[in-house]
Ligand binder design. Structure first.
Ligand code: SAM
Ligand code: SF4
Ligand code: F3S
Length: 441
């Protein structure tokens, strides 16, 4: 029996790619292991969005040289976003000579052949710049998938990104926008519902662009309407929405469709118009605030979350104060906060006025403090409320599930309840998690 060790470093799309890779490896007779020493195949599915995870790859895989010396038939592989950048690929080839197999984000379906060649001693490198597929076609269709969860599942709706935000590497690593045909998505979700999955999260770097590259006339809101009709499916989530492309039809779908959960991840990135323009985000602070108002009017109890970057080149104290004031004004339920990390090949990496590290750190601490305070207030408001919770899993501490607004709740109950929708009364609320008790109905 062959064993593989798979490390996933990136976003939800990267996580779902790993589920497909796990499916392919299972079909080849491999079983997963958490022990590096046991593995016959070590694979790192990498992320390039910030520098830190890239550095880790060199550190970790550099150290596997010893494993390889002790076991020459071990195959060490790197896939995901790092090899999609030519410079990075060359640096991997140069600095990690014991890596046998490198493939890109468009080559996952080719893994069986590539792995076989690597096993026979060849150093295999296959990285395509774009998917070799016609509009609507998908080289992943029909590939086996081993999913991490049994109750909820990721489903790709659109690959790639053509927004070219000036700080972001993703358009260079994931290629241009490429939507799947609606019937393929519906077929996959129907299949999942029949297998007993209760929730799907639709994935895309910008789901709001869904359908624009297809020859048929369709949109993300149309897709949501179709999926909402699937029997057995109980919840639909999606990520990520670009504020610029968030149309009224999608807001209506959010308000109308009972299965679409009351949660919207709407990355704003910054609060200052000057910085938003330099980021090439395509909207202003005023536009974003109006959009939030519209969304909240249509879905009053919606949970809004966001992504924020501090220390973008040229960000002054005044610009940063505008990010803080936007956070105070919108009052996001929670936020992912990032220190700007220059990515080679992106316009922002070449901009003058890079912000010193100490200032970036100072700013992120202030931003995190503010957001934590707001998040904690939202959580406190939930005390004593009875909420619909989909039970996702059983842990050593009991059952764990999520509210429709995507908040995690821990409580005790019968393990057979996993996969069911229940009502839970919140008894304890901290900044990050909730505890509760099942309400008998
Ligand atoms: N497509 C999504 C969007 O536009 O919001 C998410 C893209 S990215 C995977 C997730 C987040 O990483 C972004 O929203 C942004 O806040 C952050 N990010 C991207 N590039 C970055 C960089 N160079 N430095 C710091 N944060 C970055
Ligand atoms: Fe990156 Fe912008 Fe595309 Fe999101 S929309 S993936 S931040 S380029
Ligand atoms: Fe990272 Fe690639 Fe996702 S750069 S965030 S794994 S698309």
């Amino acid at each position: 029996m062959k064993r593989y060790y798979l490390k996933t470093m990136g976003c939800q799309m990267n996580e779902h790619d790993s589920e497909v890779i796990a499916g392919i490896l299972a079909s080849l007779g491999y079983v997963p292991t958490d022990e590096l020493e046991e593995a016959d195949f070590i694979l790192y599915n990498t992320c390039s969005v910030r520098e830190n995870p890239e550095r880790k790859v060199y550190g970790h895989i550099g150290a596997f040289r010893l494993l390889k010396e002790a076991k020459p038939e071990l195959v060490i592989g790197i896939c995901g976003c790092m090899p999609q950048q030519r410079d990075e690929l060359e640096s991997i080839l140069d600095k990690l000579p014991h890596v046998d197999l490198i493939f890109g984000t468009h080559n996952i379906h080719r893994l069986p052949e590539l792995l076989e060649r690597a096993q026979s001693g060849e150093r295999v490198v296959e990285v395509w710049d774009e998917a070799e597929a016609a509009p609507g076609e998908d080289s992943r269709d029909g590939l086996p998938v081993v999913r991490r969860h049994n109750v909820k599942a990721f489903v790709n709706v659109i690959y790639g990104c053509t927004n070219f935000c000036s700080y972001c590497i993703v358009p260079y690593t994931r290629g241009k926008e490429h939507s799947r045909l609606p019937e393929k998505i519906v077929e996959e979700v129907r299949g999942l519902a029949q297998q007993g999955f209760k929730e799907v999260t639709l994935l895309g770097q910008n789901v709001n662009a869904y359908g624009k590259d297809l020859e048929i006339n369709t949109s993300f809101a149309d897709l949501l309407r179709e999926l909402n009709d699937i029997d057995g499916l109980q919840r639909i989530r999606f990520t990520t929405s670009h504020p610029r492309d968030m149309g009224d039809d999608l807001i209506e779908a959010l308000a109308d469709l009972p299965k679409v959960c009351e949660h919207l991840h709407l990355p704003v990135q910054a609060g200052s118009n000057r910085i938003l323009r330099r980021m090439n985000r395509g909207y202003t602070r005023e536009y974003y605030l109006q959009l939030v108002e519209k969304v909240r009017k249509a879905v009053p109890n919606i949970s809004l979350t966001t992504d924020l970057i501090v220390g973008f080149p040229g960000e002054t104290d005044e610009d940063f104060e505008e990010t803080l004031s936007l956070v105070r004004e919108v009052r996001f339920d929670s936020a992912f906060t990032f220190i700007f990390s220059p990515r080679k090949g992106t316009p922002a990496a070449k901009m003058h006025n890079q912000v010193p590290e100490e200032i970036k750190k100072e700013r992120i601490y202030r931003l995190i403090d503010l957001q934590n305070e707001i998040s904690a207030q939202y959580m406190q408001q939930l005390l004593d409320q009875e909420l619909e919770v989909l039970i996702e899993d059983l842990t050593s501490e009991g059952l764990v599930g999520r509210t429709r607004t995507n908040r995690q709740v821990h409580f005790t109950g019968d393990p057979s309840l996993v996969g069911q929708l229940t009502t839970v009364r919140i008894t304890n609320a901290s900044t990050w998690s909730l505890k509760g008790e099942l309400v008998e109905k």
